[in-house]
Design a protein around this ligand. Structure first.
Ligand code: IVH
Length: 693
């Protein structure tokens, strides 16, 4: 195979794309869906396998592990690994595709050799559905669920005990088990319950699929309401035990777990004697996929006898006692009606194909992603073509290939100008970008991101409302959102008094989210969630941060040394000089200065929130002044409680003050409050507002 082979070229191109999307993902600005990203990495893995590229030479195709800030991390005593996969693209030594049956037969044979089994010894296999949910480790002691932890990066995960218990996703107590047990399995959201929940959400807020939904629900800091959503689990293994006698076979272990009250799909598993039997079950199970109430992305084939597991061992990536069978994603043929560039919030122009509506994996597909223009040219996709599309678990499917050019098919050229603002585009490697930061499409993307979940979390402010605000209310920058009134919102399409009031309330609440969320919300290139938090923590306030950024951008040596000292790592862990140049460069611009000023004027908190902040309605975003001697609390302690609930504490009373908390001997501040008509409350009222704590 020479370097210029089409496969090698595709691989090189994919590796550029993967690195690009991964950097965006890590920066918290994903530009394509997880599914689309998986597609790229899967195709990359296929080609890399076919070209015999070793693991160490491959791009690191694993986007960030799932740690969420604010969750306690727990180390897994036994790492949570992945599974090896049977792949339809494996080639034999002669380069011919290797049927799955042969691959599985070889896999089983290899186990028999490793275990040194003679031909007469049977090696039964158990086949289980591979539920598409989120991996979880459950620690039980004396039968009680003490801790639930996500898979995380496999070595450590996030503590989601409160969430699992509240959702009743796994039994809080096991029946008849008294020792210590670490049970592992998959948390998932059954389709019917997921669909019911999604039906209550606005179009903009629809959750892509049950897996993402389940992950999102389990990462809700406040578990209230989780009891009603219907998330459950499929528990399939025991990673550790003390004082519990366990069965000898995986198939019996599932029975044991079921008797203890765990959710186990006993009826869905089977025990077979060889690879052929296993594959037959996998394929026939696949036919039932559409009727199942849970999403599966494949089957897992495991050695049934548990005594062999230790002997078989594992690599750092997967155990040798099991292998996954993946179902091929469903494909359909449809016609490309149009190919249009869509503009992302950082100005990336991605070709999007509008297709003739077609039913695929449970939804009607009307558009499909084409990733980039180089790919459109390589696949020679033209408007009017019949194309094959495929969906791998996400909303936007992919165009796989053209199956027929129409007689009058039209080739698509990469745009030379941005479709939204007509600026001349710039081309960087395979990417086409609109360089105009005031581009209305970029604005729309940035405003939507500002309001989104991990940023300012302004409930009810999704893309379609933002679009109306941009077009009909002239909103151009984030701070302008805060001057919206109930009246100006209520008269927009699909709004009314109630929704308008909700949005105004949500904006009020968002004011107290603190500097880190503001920073992340501003779509600053390379500034993801984690770095936003680090910057907020280090600088403490927007004033200090902006002052630093201006000095840094002006080339002030002392400022630069803070980030890039001559020895050791800088003040902001993991912030490389190159990214710092981009981030502080952006923060030092007048445009961002204006936004920060506007946010401050609107009363948005630009201080670092305390680490344990948990917003309390009625307090978040409000400004308090404390005066006099409070009956039980020291003033500082009361101030900390207000800040932890998302409120602000200031030293002097003004028209902007929402509440003056007055104790004994309150003097001039109380007078001023009365003069200005500011509400005066006592400690008991404050405590009640904080939720009685
Ligand atoms: S056994 C070493 N059995 O699939 C991991 N995994 O791709 C052992 N999964 O991390 C896994 N259903 O989260 C196993 N019946 C099943 C499964 C299952 C879903 C997930 C699990 C694992 C991932 C591996």
């Amino acid at each position: 195979m020479t370097d210029s082979s089409p496969m090698q070229r595709e691989l090189d191109e994919l590796s550029t794309q993967i690195k690009h999307y991964e950097a965006l993902y890590r920066a918290g600005n994903p530009e394509i869906s997880d599914g689309a990203f998986d597609e790229l990495t899967d195709r990359y893995a296929e080609l890399a396998d076919a070209l015999g590229i070793t693991t160490t030479e491959r791009v690191d195709a694993k986007p960030g592990a799932d740690h969420t800030d604010g969750f306690v991390q727990v180390v897994h005593a036994v790492p949570m690994l992945s599974l090896e996969k049977l792949t339809p693209n494996r080639k034999d030594a002669q380069g011919a595709a290797m049927p799955l049956a042969e691959q599985l037969a070889q896999w089983v044979e290899r186990r028999r050799e490793d275990l040194e089994l003679s031909a007469s010894v049977e090696l039964p296999l158990v086949v289980e559905p591979k539920i598409d949910g989120i991996g979880v480790s459950l620690h039980y002691e004396g039968g009680k669920l003490l801790r639930a932890v996500t898979r995380g990066d496999g070595k450590k995960g996030d503590d989601i005990t409160k969430q699992v218990l509240r959702a009743k996703a796994a039994p809080a107590a096991l029946k008849g088990v008294s020792g210590k047990l670490e049970i592992r399995g998959e948390l998932y959201w059954p389709r019917p319950a997921f669909d019911r929940y999604n039906a209550t959400l606005d179009e903009d807020d629809q959750i892509a699929n049950p897996r993402n939904g389940c992950a999102g629900m389990m990462k809700r800091k406040d578990p209230a309401g989780l009891e009603d959503v219907g998330i459950t689990s499929f528990l399939y293994t025991i990673a550790g035990s003390e004082g519990v006698s366990l069965p000898d076979r995986q198939s019996d272990l599932l029975g044991f777990l079921s008797e203890a009250g765990a959710h186990v799909y006993l009826g869905e598993i089977t025990v077979v004697s060889d690879a052929t039997g296993a594959l037959t079950y996998c394929e026939s199970y696949g036919e039932r996929r559409a009727e199942l109430e849970f999403d599966i992305d494949g089957m897992v084939i495991k050695i049934d006898e548990l005594k062999y597991y230790t002997q078989l061992g594992s690599t750092g990536h997967h155990p040798h006692w099991g292998i996954a069978f993946k179902f091929p994603p469903e494909r359909k043929i449809t016609k490309i009606l149009e190919i249009v560039p869509s503009v992302g919030k950082s100005g990336l122009l991605t070709p999007l194909a509008w297709v003739e509506p077609v039913q695929l994996a449970g939804t009607t597909v009307v558009k499909a992603s084409l990733h980039n223009y180089v790919e459109v040219a390589r696949k020679d996709l033209r408007v009017g073509d019949d194309v094959e599309i495929e969906k791998a678990g996400d909303i936007i499917p992919q165009v796989i290939k053209s199956v027929r050019h129409a007689e009058n098919s039209v080739k698509v050229e990469p745009p030379t100008h941005c479709p939204a603002c007509e600026s001349k585009v710039i081309v960087e490697e395979i990417f086409v970008r609109c360089p105009n930061p005031s581009c209305p499409a970029q604005r729309l993307g940035r405003l939507t991101h500002f309001a989104a979940r991990h940023a300012m979390e302004i409930e009810g402010l999704g893309e379609s409302l933002v679009l109306q605000l941009v077009e009909k209310r002239g909103v151009r920058a984030p701070h302008e959102l805060f001057s919206l009134t109930k009246e100006s919102l209520a008269s927009l399409d699909r709004m009314g008094d109630k929704s308008a009031a909700n949005v105004v309330r949500a904006l009020e609440k968002a004011k107290g989210r603190g500097l880190a969320r503001v920073l992340f919300g501003l779509s600053i290139p390379l500034l993801g969630e984690g770095t936003s938090e680090d910057l907020a923590r280090y600088f403490g306030s927007a004033d200090a941060l902006l002052d630093f950024a201006r000095r840094y951008a002006a080339g002030d040596e002392t400022a630069i040394l803070v980030v890039a000292p001559e020895k050791g790592s800088g003040a902001i862990e993991g912030l490389a000089r190159k990214s710092a140049d981009v981030i502080f460069g952006a923060l030092a611009t007048d445009a961002l200065g204006v936004i920060f000023e506007g946010l401050a004027k609107a009363g948005v908190s630009l201080e670092a929130a305390s680490a344990k902040m948990s917003l309390v309605d009625g307090v978040a975003g409000k400004s308090f002044v404390l005066t006099g001697t409070l009956p039980t609390l020291k003033r500082d302690a009361a101030g900390d409680m207000i800040k932890a609930a998302g409120g602000k504490v200031s030293g002097s009373v003004s028209k902007k003050t929402d509440y003056v908390v007055a104790g004994d001997d309150a003097g001039s501040k109380l007078e001023k409050a009365k003069e200005l008509g500011v509400a005066v409350i006592d400690e008991a009222t404050l405590l009640a507002m904080l939720g009685g704590s």
